[in-house]
Design a protein around this ligand. Sequence first.
Ligand SMILES: [Zn+2]
Ligand SMILES: [Zn+2]
Length: 345
Amino acid sequence: MKAVRLHPGPRVLVEDVPEPVADSGQVRVAVRAAGLCGTDLHAAHGRLPVPNLPVVMGHEGAGVVEAVGDGVKAVAAGDRVLLLPSETCGRCRACETGHLGLCPEARILGMARDGTFAEQIVVPASCVVRLPDDVPFEHGAILADAVATAYHAVATRGAVSGGERIAVVGCGGVGFHAILIARLLGARTIVAVDTSEGALRRAITAGADAVVDAGQQDARRAIRRSAGGDGPEIVVEYAGRKASVELAVSSVARGGRVVLGGVSGDVPTLPPLISFVGRELAVLGSMGYTRAELDRVVTLTAAGDLDLSHSITQRYPLARATDALDDLQHRRGDPVRLALMPPLS
Ligand SMILES: [Zn+2]
Ligand SMILES: [Zn+2]
């Protein structure tokens, strides 16, 4: 089968590899769509260490079950499924409570084990979730990463309630979906903040009421003015940079919540305590999502309440994976999510 593999260097090659076989407890899925995420880019450029090379890249995917190993009862050949982005231990406290993103032994597809940028993938049965018939594969591919992650940040960590004002800093793949979800949950005013004009245009499509160019002189004032009152009650941050986190913290209203979802090695500085405590701020990390939240976004999408029709901005055959990575790197076409579509066999 064809697969996109990361080799030492790092180098990305599209090549022929043996078809994987489903052993006991495992499922083989014919991949119909795979999503490209910033993490894939970091791996392809050597910014993220990947221990066992070569490895088939990709952690977002959906497809059709082709074969199941002994003991698998939950799915059968022919079922449509989406893939969870990592294999979790199933025993720790995080796994027991369903918070998949916090399992310390999680093995991410495309990094710790072969991933979704291939015609076929084999995973433990616990890594597949039924995909309703009316949800296209390309939407299934991003539900368990870009969409559920945004849902956890906005609905659970940010606990947005109807009538609240929210700003989203960093409107790429996850930020775009944070805006969609904030709209769905009844946010009064949504302010989109980014440095890319194209990303801000797309943010309007997702439901933002106002846009702010984070590169402008006084972005903090612009965010507060756009939100109204003394600023947004919630700011969700997905750029993952020192400056953007500090902008998020300085823009939020008194008593507000800042939810940080962007990840990097940057070290942001908190405001002086007299201001941080005096304004009673909350700064919360947000990682992954729970199994119940994933089920919720699948249901919302199948019901048509969550409209992902603008989420996949570019599609590529598997053979053009390196072009797709390059377009994502240079944000060509103002991507929300790019999808690789393996050929139907
Ligand atoms: Zn991802
Ligand atoms: Zn675990």
